[in-house]
Design a protein around this ligand. Structure first.
Ligand code: ZN
Length: 326
């Protein structure tokens, strides 16, 4: 049998306040953290399956002692990488000034170094927003990769659903109309590629690892979407996930799969989260589905952190050099 294809597993460690703010709740700032419930479950399940993890951290939470304590428990995993997910998790980085963008990235960068003790090498923009200035800041600060591309055909649908359900008003609502990119996001590659970005007149390389979608159809395959399907039918969700992994193998797409904390929470864990897709499942149902899906990924692929995945891309056929996309 040939070597298993290399893949990666990451988590956007978005806290409850980020979900509530996106939904337009005015009291989002006073939301409690759910890290103390979700993180131990993540560490336990991934530890059991011997899976590594890249965790995209939001700087705002790195200022809260209890949250930092939860984050440090990722040290119990066989291997984990702390990466940068901006300071305030504002999904409209494309509307910010250069100074604001730099502060969103670098404040979190410094907080990761002072709390976790490692230097972040990867960045993912909240809401998959990826303007050129973000890439320039990453290059100037020796980042290895960006992970802000979500090449899905569902972007316009996801945005319409978001706008229909959120209470955001005024300027924030206008900004949200650009979320997820348009159909243009589908023109982005669905596999890791090398960008070439101009900084101060010189061209530099930066690896891009998109959040993998279903090859060809480009429907989402990240776990929040698959658990959302499971809330209608576990059988259908399992078929869809199995088919997705098969398609990645058949097309030689090195999968980079994405987790969020609510993937480990059931409806009885947090009533504030009931609004969100995939939160109808009971805790036991959700965790048993996640154990099945992550176990399958662990058995069928050589799963690494994203930083470890970037080291292999230049030497495996998962690497496809492409011209920079704008
Ligand atoms: Zn996020």
């Amino acid at each position: 049998m040939s070597q298993p294809l290399i893949g990666s597993l990451s988590m956007d460690l978005d806290n409850k306040w980020a979900y509530l703010r996106a939904a337009g709740h005015e009291d989002w700032e006073s939301a409690s953290s759910y890290f103390d419930i979700a993180v131990p479950r993540i560490v336990e399940l991934l530890g059991e399956l011997n899976l590594p993890l890249t965790v995209f951290l939001v700087g705002r939470d790195l200022d809260v002692d209890e949250d930092v304590r939860s984050i440090k428990s990722f040290d119990q995993l066989p291997s984990w990488e702390a990466a940068n997910h901006s300071l305030n998790h504002l999904p409209w980085m494309h509307t910010m000034s250069d100074t604001e963008i730099e502060s969103e990235i670098m404040t979190t960068h410094d907080r990761i170094i002072s709390t976790v003790g490692t230097r972040p090498r990867g960045f993912r923009g909240p809401g998959f927003s990826c303007p050129a200035e973000v890439l320039r800041v990453l290059i100037r600060n020796q980042y290895t990769y960006d992970a802000s591309i979500f090449p899905t055909s569902m972007a316009p649908i996801a945005r319409a659903v978001f706008l229909a359900r959120t209470n955001l008003k005024g300027e924030q609502r206008e900004k949200a109309k650009k979320l997820y990119g348009g159909f243009a996001s589908m023109r982005n590659p669905n596999r890791p590629f090398m960008r070439h970005e101009k900084v101060d007149g010189e061209t530099f390389p930066l690896q891009e690892i998109p959040v993998t979608t279903l090859p060809f159809l480009r429907t989402p395959i990240h776990f929040s979407y698959v658990t959302f399907l499971a809330s209608f039918s576990v059988t259908v969700a399992k078929m869809y996930f199995s088919m997705s992994l098969n398609m990645c193998r058949m097309t030689g797409t090195s999968p980079s799969l994405l987790l969020h904390p609510p993937d480990f929470l059931g409806c009885e864990d947090d009533s504030d989260m009931a609004y969100f897709p995939g939160m109808k499942l009971k805790r036991e149902e959700k965790l048993s589905f996640m154990r099945w899906a992550l176990g399958k990924f662990a058995r069928e692929f050589d799963v690494r952190t994203m930083l470890d995945q970037t080291k292999t891309l230049a030497t495996t056929d998962g690497f496809v050099p492409q011209p920079a996309t704008t």
